[in-house]
Design a protein around this ligand. Structure first.
Ligand code: KG4
Ligand code: ZN
Length: 343
């Protein structure tokens, strides 16, 4: 941006998985509108996201969702300063719908196009509700597809300290929920059911990854949960679902909290944030808060609606990319395997 102190309003689009979302965000921090059309009801019928159905739903809804976001912000397309869009990581079909719509709008209105990394967007959700939060800080990113422990060195610049070696935290929640018949999406259902359970009823292993103190592994835990159920079935014991999911949740939460607090201490960070769908988990929030309070660390996390997929977070990340001059060409393509920190 050449003009100092200019108000920058970005129309942002998110369609990487099963939410069709659009938002208008001012200067990366103020949400003027945020509209989310969730496809959860459709995918619940199949026990998980069906990519082809997700793409079709995105096509059906995207124009309406964008129009709604603009009108709630009291704006027309010509009034925005740029169009931001998630171009990866995610499902290729769904990503392509958002990217194509954003390109068409940027071209038609002659506005800059800003491709945004979805994981960077999750981190940026924290900037919306915490005006005092600025890099550097540590961030635990826990979503359905990703689990990373990172240092946010600057806006859009990350140093990865740890990542999952197998399943993402949210994926483990979804798979365990399915195995006990709670359905999709598993995270919120386990969160709710665990409140009626005893988290010390079953002791599950806490996976450590040799030589990588901040890496995570959840597939062993998932197998332990499945083995527990198989064993109970064979011996005729009853499984108390609430106790099982509360114990599973505790095992996940303990590892996430331990790694995050240990890393904050080792690298000397007094500000820790959480991001992604699993960051809305009530047990994780409570345990992380307790551990951070004990160490004098300030903890930040977005409201639940900004933890799960939304376009406001993409509008925030797009702003920080735009002011650093990171504008995309009209040849922007969907990159399903885009890594954190890649552009
Ligand atoms: O960030 P997100 O909306 O999408 C991805 O980018 O993956 O995360 C979705 C994931 C799902 O696995 C869902 O089960 C999990 O976040 N999730 C939760 C909760 N709410 C959503 N996991 C645990 N507790 C929750 N309350
Ligand atoms: Zn996400």
């Amino acid at each position: 941006m050449t003009e100092q102190n200019k108000t920058v309003r970005i129309l942002a689009i998110e369609s990487s998985c099963d939410e069709t979302a659009a938002a208008v965000v001012e200067n990366g921090r103020k949400v003027l509108s945020s509209v989310i059309y969730s496809q959860i009801a459709t995918h619940t019928l199949y026990g998980g996201v069906v990519p082809e159905i997700a793409s079709r739903k995105h096509i059906e809804k995207i124009s309406q969702v964008v129009e709604c976001a603009l009108s709630e912000a009291g704006m027309k397309l010509r009034d925005v300063d740029a169009v931001g869009v998630t171009y990866g990581p995610g499902l290729v079909g769904p990503l392509l719908i958002g990217v194509s719509a954003a390109k068409a709008m940027a071209w038609a209105a002659d506005k800059p196009l800003v491709g945004v990394n979805h994981i960077e967007g999750h981190v940026a959700a924290n900037f919306i509700e915490h005006p005092d939060l600025e890099p550097p800080f540590m961030c635990l990113i826990v979503s359905g597809g990703h689990t990373h422990l990172v240092v946010v060195e600057d806006y859009g610049r990350f140093r990865i300290l740890g990542r999952t070696r197998d399943d993402a935290a949210g994926e483990a929640f979804d798979k365990v929920a399915r195995s006990v018949g709670l359905g999709y999406p598993g995270g919120p259902k386990i969160d709710r059911a665990a409140k009626d359970g005893n988290s010390s009823a079953i002791v599950f292993p806490k996976a450590k990854v040799a030589d990588s103190p901040y890496d995570f592994s959840f597939s062993g835990l998932k197998s332990a949960v499945l083995n527990y159920q198989n064993h109970a079935r064979m011996t005729g014991e009853t499984v108390v679902v609430e106790d099982l999911v509360a114990s599973f949740q505790k095992a996940v939460v303990d590892v996430l909290v331990e790694h995050t607090v240990d890393a904050a201490r080792e690298f000397g960070f007094k500000q820790v944030a959480m991001a992604g769908g699993v960051a809305s988990n009530s047990a994780l929030r409570a345990a992380m808060k307790k551990a951070c309070d004990k160490k004098g660390i300030s903890l930040y996390y977005p409201s639940p609606v900004l933890c799960t997929d939304n376009a406001a977070m993409i509008g925030s990340a797009a702003y920080y990319e735009l002011i650093r001059g990171n504008v995309s060409g009209l040849d922007l393509n969907a990159v399903p395997g885009l890594k954190l920190g890649e552009r």
